[in-house]
Design a protein around this ligand. Structure first.
Ligand SMILES: Cc1ncc(COP(=O)(O)O)c(C=O)c1O
Length: 371
């Protein structure tokens, strides 16, 4: 008999989602030029307490548009976390601006707030803050620093759709906030993303950049260099249906995370993010495990888990150690010990909505055995 394999993630597509997609396909509304895109944007703004939202083709596109919409350009500096997805750095580099890295906090894996002000200078135009894996950043502190130093905030909320900082939803703090709807996210459209804001001018600029900056009078006399980063109506129909399931998704994710925490937190050889900290409840987008023993690399455990039919993934690899950035001679000679540690000793385990509690217990027992 073939051994059962537990995937690390799996999208949850309901019957309602399928009906919603079928409806628009049957009507022929398959490109971006369909009513569901606007409906999804409106529903998203409402859920995320924002005036405006712009649906785009993915979360990386959302970041690229956001950086350009804020007027960030050559000689500008943008502070970003070192422990994050490469899309953060790329969006800054593509506008010929300079990403300035900050190490992560070893406890919550977000940017190390104490280090932010040390890196602010006259060239600093913005901070790109990313909520990583589990917890919100301490937004009161971050917004305070930004206000004091007059710098803009881009809030990457790709991984935390539905997470709250204190009682306010993440993705409602930035001058521009961005989201991803990739298949492993709390809301998925297959591929997809969103930018949200309360600023009408920025909203108009993002909309224009998403759609090749077509001219307002003569359509084919373009205003700026934009992209075709449009979301299709089929994707929006799925998003519109998925957003209605978000509260259940978060509820189940928390149950999954808490059960893992119960099974694994007594293990002294690993660290797991707890169910809550003072300003944020963990919604466990992913269930991350950090190995304390520096003799055991995460890659070794990932391989062993595979033999037990369990899929898992390594944490992000820090920006200053990226092959591509070394070739570009970026971030040379600087050390970021916490990010380097997380990149080598962190991994996350299956936490998709339909995982069975018995599977969670099985995975936990194997981790406790291996570590
Ligand atoms: C924090 C963060 N930002 C941006 C992205 C990019 O999103 P996408 O894969 O939709 O381009 C991701 C992807 O997972 C992410 O984790």
């Amino acid at each position: 008999m073939k051994k059962k394999f537990i995937p690390v993630s799996k999208p949850y597509i309901s019957k309602k989602d399928i009906i919603s997609i079928n409806k628009v396909i049957k009507k022929g509304w398959i490109s971006s030029d369909g009513p569901e895109v606007k409906k999804f944007e409106k529903a998203f703004s409402k859920k995320f307490n924002r005036k405006f939202s712009v649906a785009v083709s993915n979360g990386t596109a959302a970041l690229e548009i956001a950086i350009k919409a804020l007027g960030i350009t050559k000689n500008d500096e943008v502070i970003i976390p070192n422990f994050t997805i490469i899309s953060n750095a790329i969006s800054v580099i593509k506008q010929n601006a300079k990403p300035v890295l900050i190490d992560c906090d070893i406890k919550n894996w977000n940017i190390k707030i104490e280090d932010i002000e040390k890196k602010i200078n006259k060239k600093t135009k913005a901070i790109l803050i990313t909520h990583i894996y589990s917890f919100a950043n301490d937004m009161d502190k971050i917004l305070g620093i930004c206000k004091k130093n007059k710098i803009l905030v881009i809030e990457d909320s790709a991984e935390v759709i539905g997470l709250k900082y204190k009682n306010k939803i993440c993705g409602s703090f930035g001058d521009l906030s961005t989201f991803s709807f990739y298949a492993n996210k709390q809301i998925t459209t297959g591929e997809g993303g969103m930018i949200s804001t309360n600023n009408k001018k920025l909203f108009e600029k993002c909309k224009s950049l998403r759609n090749l900056c077509f001219g307002k009078i003569n359509r084919f006399d373009h205003d700026d260099i934009g992209w075709n980063y449009r979301m299709t109506n089929i994707q929006a129909a799925l998003g519109l249906s998925q957003i209605q399931n978000l509260d259940y998704t978060i509820k189940r994710k928390i149950e999954i995370g808490k059960l893992y925490y119960k099974e694994l937190s007594k293990n002294k050889n690993i660290y797991m993010a707890p169910p809550s900290i003072s300003y944020s409840k963990n919604i466990y987008w992913v269930v991350g495990i950090l190995i304390k023993n520096k003799k055991v690399l995460a890659s070794k455990i990932i391989k062993k888990l595979k033999n037990y039919g369990i899929s898992s993934r390594a944490f992000f690899w820090p920006m200053h150690e990226q092959k591509v950035f070394k070739k570009m001679k970026l971030f040379k000679g600087k050390k970021y010990p916490n990010s380097s540690y997380l990149g080598r000793y962190g991994f996350y385990i299956p936490s998709f909505l339909e995982i069975k509690n018995s599977e969670i217990r099985y995975i936990s027992s194997i981790i406790n055995k291996l570590l």
